[in-house]
Design a protein around this ligand. Structure first.
Ligand code: FES
Length: 304
């Protein structure tokens, strides 16, 4: 089956705002994991979609959240606000887009893994358990339903492209699809999300640039070996050069390939045109609305 047919099997849910309660928030250095009680988003979301999250915790709505004990705002707000010391109340103005790592509709929970890269994510990193945060989601188009494809599904995650593959792996495993994950990073330290992928039960091939975890090499080295076997479909998320390399290999082998594209986003729902990606054949697509998951041949990445 070609990617264009599988495109029909991508899911785009109705998105809405939701107040999510922080259940757990921790991490190692700049890599953080945030687990939220957000039952509506958890019920609607599918692997490959994302949420927009505001870095400032909500204050007066803390006691309105649908479950668990709300921590008094007096306890939860100062930590996050300290990270924004001196900033006006509307700063940061925008929510931050983060891919869904784990989706547990039965528990009403979602988890996100993100990297602290600026003021917004630094402020977010200080939001403690018990706080209530403003969410928008689930946004964007998912990977295609694994039941729509044929043959072995290969999930490829590079760096911060690994966390979304946990939700993808869970979906594939629950669908009974034969699947394997290839996860790669510069070093073992940057394999955030690999544990969550492995916990789904999917076979995992780990590669690192320096050999500090798994095999030394690139994800495409592992993919090259798998392509000689019977690969039915590839889903990839990670740095753009990695996506380009995966796209080229799949095109050469005639394998349907879906890539999750990262772009700066403001609104997250198609209004600002800040997230465009060139469309093969001309024009542009909105990463937030037409993607972030695209059939690889539909978009121009890295000039090809
Ligand atoms: Fe605004 Fe995509 S983020 S249109």
């Amino acid at each position: 089956m070609m990617s264009s047919a599988l495109r029909q099997a991508q899911i785009q849910a109705e998105w809405a705002t939701e107040h999510g309660r922080v259940l757990a928030h921790g991490g190692d250095g700049e890599i953080r994991k945030l687990t939220l009680f957000a039952p509506e988003i958890a019920r609607q979301a599918t692997a490959g979609q994302f949420v927009q999250i505001h870095p400032r915790p909500l204050s007066q709505t803390a006691t309105e959240a649908p479950s668990a004990q709300a921590a008094p705002l007096a306890q939860v707000a100062p930590l996050a606000q300290a990270a924004l010391a001196g900033a006006p109340a509307f700063d940061p103005l925008l929510r931050r887009p983060i891919s869904l790592c784990e989706i547990r509709p039965e528990a009403g929970e979602i988890s996100l893994i993100y990297r602290v890269v600026g003021r917004g994510t630094r402020a977010l990193s200080a939001v403690p358990p018990g706080a209530v945060v403003d969410l928008l989601g689930p946004l964007g188009r998912s990977f295609p339903d694994p039941r729509a494809g044929q043959g072995r599904l290969v999930l490829i995650g590079g760096g911060l492209g690994i966390p979304p593959m946990a939700a993808a792996a869970r979906w594939a495993m629950q669908s009974g699809r034969d699947a394997v994950a290839i996860l790669g990073a510069r070093t073992a330290r940057y394999l955030a999300g690999a544990r969550e992928v492995a916990e789904t039960g999917i076979p995992v091939i780990t590669v690192t640039d320096d050999g500090s975890a798994g095999e030394q090499g690139l994800v495409t080295d592992a993919l090259d070996r798998l392509l000689i076997e019977r690969v039915g479909e590839v889903w990839a998320c990670g740095p753009e050069p990695m996506l380009v390399a995966v796209k080229e290999r799949c095109a050469a082998a005639g394998i349907p390939c879906f890539v999750s594209v990262e772009r700066h986003m403001a609104c997250g729902f198609g209004a600002c045109l800040g997230c465009t990606v060139p469309r093969a054949g001309g024009g542009y697509l909105k990463t937030c609305q037409d993607g972030p998951v695209f059939p690889a041949e539909e978009v121009i990445l890295g000039g090809c």
